[in-house]
Design a protein around this ligand. Structure first.
Ligand SMILES: Nc1ncnc2c1ncn2[C@@H]1O[C@H](COP(=O)(O)OP(=O)(O)OP(=O)(O)O)[C@@H](O)[C@H]1O
Ligand SMILES: [Mg+2]
Length: 410
């Protein structure tokens, strides 16, 4: 079985190599039982490792949207707010997915960065091959015009009030240039038709319903055939029936034009309609729900099955759902065991662990990353080594969520 680089094997047999990094000291038992440290790697070995690293595909290399440990810190009046705290997210080309999360969790901050309207403080963000951190002003303008389309929550913010629906859609085409007026009108008319808005062509926004305005806004956002369509609470001001129609327009755009779509929503009905819903908590992606159609072998009947997965970040950190850790009294430190097809996670029942659970323990720097107990801000810096398991930054789904190789987990 292969294991990620830097991750020591869970087995503690005598043949085991010493773990690398900080984990090794805490992991081993007494000094006499400790294996002798390996000789320093020779130059050839270092070169071999460097070559292997070079040959490995970059994180998110095949994703259309890739956010790698994205950080955004706002400073106002000397007070810092960490809106994004190392967020990882990959979105494949052609996906239609939803982002959910409590108010203030960082959803709009992320959307504004992806829209090219804001620049992250640290980390990496790429959309359709464009690097969102290093783009200059001119490239940023081109990015906003050609690569992404955006739909805001406020219906009035999406459309110019003195232009008709058709003129609103032709405007971005005109700003981009390159197409004759007749071509622009034809293309805009086709977009409006695709979204069942023929009857709205020559009306101004105030003559449209809220749902029609949002659907027109989608047509405007699609005017220059962007790779990505971003929408921040596009149905937030609409009743559920109208919201469903607007969501239908996103679905049409995704199916007919192949546009990759990311929708921020509080609307559970919308979140339930997509194949993948990613939850953000405290500026990080924390879990995701994948839905797929399953056919009953006996009856042949198809049904949609939803499964929730925890996110494993690149450092190996995992956020366990608060209700799981609470119900098993897990806090500060857990025991991990590597099995052939999953990782077991157990509460720490040592005397010390029990004392810590009662709140008496002092911090010794060995708590595991992301206890998930509702406080992601307080989590450690990578999975610390438990004295028993000897594991480095190993985390895993264990009994609480899907094991590795779960169908649909990719
Ligand atoms: N321009 C800004 N200056 C200072 N702080 C900001 C700024 N924009 C956002 N924040 C802070 O960053 C955090 C994340 O805000 P964000 O708007 O991304 O949340 P959200 O998930 O979109 O919330 P909601 O669901 O309410 O729209 C919040 O604490 C917010 O107060
Ligand atoms: Mg928001």
């Amino acid at each position: 079985m292969t294991r990620p680089e830097g991750t020591p094997p869970a087995a503690t047999g005598p043949t085991r190599e010493p773990a690398t990094g900080a984990a090794s000291g805490a992991a081993s038992g007494t000094a006499s039982a400790r294996p002798r440290p390996a000789a320093p790697a020779g130059l050839a070995e270092l070169e071999r490792r460097a070559a292997a690293r070079r040959g490995r595909p970059e994180y998110g290399h095949d994703a259309l949207i890739s956010c790698d440990r994205l950080v955004r810190v706002f400073s106002t009046d000397g007070v810092e707010v960490q809106a994004l705290q190392g967020l990882d997210l990959l979105v494949a080309e052609g996906e239609l997915m939803a982002l959910v999360g409590a108010s203030g969790s960082g959803k709009s901050t992320l959307m504004n960065i992806l829209a090219g309207q804001d620049v992250p403080t640290a980390g990496a963000a790429k959309v359709a091959g464009r690097d969102l951190l290093t783009m200059d002003a001119k490239a940023r303008l081109g990015y906003r015009r050609d690569v992404v389309g955006f739909v805001w929550q406020q219906t009035t913010r999406n459309l110019l009030p003195y232009l008709t629906a058709l003129q609103n859609v032709t405007l971005p085409m005109q700003l981009r240039g390159g197409r004759r007026r007749a071509e622009r009108t034809k293309a805009a008319g086709e977009l409006l038709s695709m979204l069942s808005l023929d009857h709205c062509r020559d009306r101004r926004p105030h003559q449209l319903s809220g749902g029609e305005q949002q659907r027109t806004a989608i047509a405007v956002a699609l005017a220059n055939t962007p790779s990505v369509l971003l929408a921040d609470e596009p149905t937030g001001e609409l009743d559920s029936h109208t919201a469903e129609q607007v969501f239908g327009a996103f679905r049409t755009a995704n199916a007919e034009l192949g546009t990759t779509i990311v929708i921020v929503t509080h609307d559970q009905a919308v979140a339930d309609e997509v194949r993948r819903t990613v939850a953000i908590r405290d500026g990080r992606t924390s879990s995701e729900v994948l839905r797929r159609t399953e056919r009953d072998a006996a009856t042949g009947q198809e049904s949609l099955v939803a499964r929730e997965y925890a996110m494993l970040d690149r450092a190996g950190r995992l956020q366990l759902p608060a209700e799981y850790t609470r119900s098993l009294g897990m806090a500060h430190r857990v025991l991990l065991e590597l099995e052939s097809d999953h990782i077991g996670v157990w509460p720490d029942h040592t005397a010390d662990g029990a004392a810590r659970t009662r709140g008496e323990g002092g911090g010794d720097g060995v708590s595991g990353g992301g206890s998930g107990g509702g406080d992601a801000r307080g989590d450690g810096d990578g999975g610390g080594a438990g004295p028993v398991s000897g594991a480095g930054p190993v985390s895993g789904a264990g009994p609480v969520s899907g094991a590795a190789g779960e169908p649909g987990a990719g």
